[in-house]
Structure formats: structure tokens, C-alpha cells
Design a protein. Structure first.
Length: 250
């Protein structure tokens, strides 16, 4: 294969530019710019470009904000039910929210993060999007999941194990951010405590643990709202306020 054809294959190699070139979403070291692999799927561009490019920018640059907002809203709503707010003891209203808010919206946002090169954001958003969709499926009567269990104790134990799996995944997500972002570290840690409480409630049948999980879940939702709003404001050139995330130096 000729060198010219190799140079044109931009999807298989990073681009290097020298001189006074302006970096585009890449890292600059010693006058050499190592840009991310270009992609027509999600190539962030400034907001002053043509309308079709602006639409692509809105779909990609704001993807992670939509995902975190969806996670925050669904987590907060379910947790309010877990603490029996206004006498609510049945949480099935959250099924629709879990399917299309915390589920589908968050999953799509994660998919948009992959071509942008945000491996952590893509992994976390898609996984928790899958969590909410699978959670909703369990409580949809037509799915037959709950009907497969003739013994309520057996279902509670099975659902407790389901929550334990997501607890393990949550704990695995903490090390990548613990030294670079305090807000996400606190968010994932609080979520881990929530899952511990809720899984314990399933195993023991303790309503106190369910309410404790609800309290920590409300905290998790509020922290996620804060992070999403902080990222959204950070994307604005003249934001009314800036919300720190405790980002640490690399």
C-alpha cells in the first residue's frame, strides 16, 4: 500500500500536525498535536458554525449532560418512593421513567460518548442505562420475570443478588476517577452505599434498610443533578455561575 493511501486512512491512525496549527480537541506537547481519531459520527465543533454542524455539536457535546440528568432524575424519583414519600408504597410509576429516562436516554448518551473518545463516560452511561432498562423489565407484568417466582422470599433473594452485581460494577468504576474528579468519586461512593442498603433490605426484608437506601439514593440523585448542571454551565461561554467539580491536576 502506498504512503498516500496510508495517510488518507485517518480512522486507523492519529493525526499529527506541527507549526502554528490550532488543536482540535487534542493534546499539545512540544509543538506536536496528537488529535483524536476523527469521526463523522460525533465530531464536536464550535457553536458558531453552520446549522447542520451545530446540530451535530449539540448531539455529541451535550450527550454526557443528558445522560447524567437522566440518571439523576430516575434515581431521585425511585428513592423518593423508597422512603414512602406522601404515603407511596408502590414504586411501579418509576417503570416508564426507568425505561425511557434513566434507561434509553442514558444508554444513547453513552453511545455518543464512544466516538468522542470518552471511554469512562461511555462505559458508565451505557452500563447504568442498561441497569435501568433491566430494572424496569423486571417489574413490567408482561415480562413474566416476577411471575416466574412462586415464593416471594426467593424473588427477594434473587433481586438482592441483582443489586449486588451492580454494586460490584459501581465499586469498579470508582478507581478510574478517584484521583481526578472528587464529584464523580462522591457520586459513585454514595451510589455504592445506596446499593448496599437496598440489597440488604431485599435479603432481610427490613423496611428500615429500604428507607436508608432511599435516603442515600436521594443524596445520589441530588449529587448527580449537581454534576450535570455543572457540566452544562461549563459548556456556556457566559454562564451565570460556575459549579466546581473538584477536578484534580493530572
Amino acid at each position: 500500500m502506498s504512503r498516500s493511501s496510508d495517510a488518507q486512512d485517518v480512522e486507523k491512525a492519529n493525526i499529527e500536525m506541527t507549526g502554528n496549527a490550532i488543536p482540535h480537541d487534542g493534546d499539545t506537547k512540544a509543538g506536536v498535536i496528537h488529535a483524536r481519531r476523527p469521526s463523522r459520527i460525533a465530531n464536536p465543533v464550535p457553536a458558531y458554525v453552520a446549522s447542520q454542524s451545530l446540530l451535530a455539536w449539540l448531539l455529541t457535546e451535550l450527550a454526557i449532560y443528558r445522560g447524567v440528568f437522566a440518571f439523576a432524575a430516575t434515581t431521585w424519583l425511585l428513592s423518593m418512593y423508597n422512603v414512602n414519600t406522601r404515603g407511596i408504597h408502590t414504586s411501579n410509576v418509576v417503570v416508564g421513567m426507568a425505561l425511557f429516562g434513566g434507561g434509553l436516554t442514558q444508554f444513547i448518551a453513552g453511545m455518543w460518548e464512544f466516538p468522542r473518545g470518552n471511554v469512562f463516560g461511555a462505559t458508565v452511561l451505557t452500563m447504568y442505562g442498561a441497569f435501568w432498562m433491566s430494572y424496569a423489565t423486571i417489574f413490567i407484568p408482561g415480562s413474566g420475570v416476577m411471575l416466574a417466582f412462586s415464593d416471594e422470599t426467593e424473588f427477594n433473594n434473587a433481586f438482592g443478588m441483582y443489586l449486588i452485581v451492580w454494586l460490584i460494577l459501581t465499586l469498579l468504576f470508582i478507581p478510574p476517577v478517584v484521583r481526578r474528579n472528587m464529584a464523580f468519586t462522591i457520586l459513585l461512593s454514595t451510589l455504592a452505599v445506596t446499593l448496599i442498603m437496598l440489597s440488604g433490605a431485599e435479603f432481610t426484608g427490613s423496611p428500615r434498610l429500604t428507607k436508608a437506601g432511599g435516603v442515600f439514593g436521594i443524596m445520589t440523585g441530588l449529587i448527580a443533578f449537581y454534576i450535570a448542571e455543572s457540566e452544562l454551565l461549563a459548556s456556556e461561554a457566559r454562564a451565570i455561575v460556575r459549579l466546581p467539580l473538584g477536578e484534580l491536576a493530572q
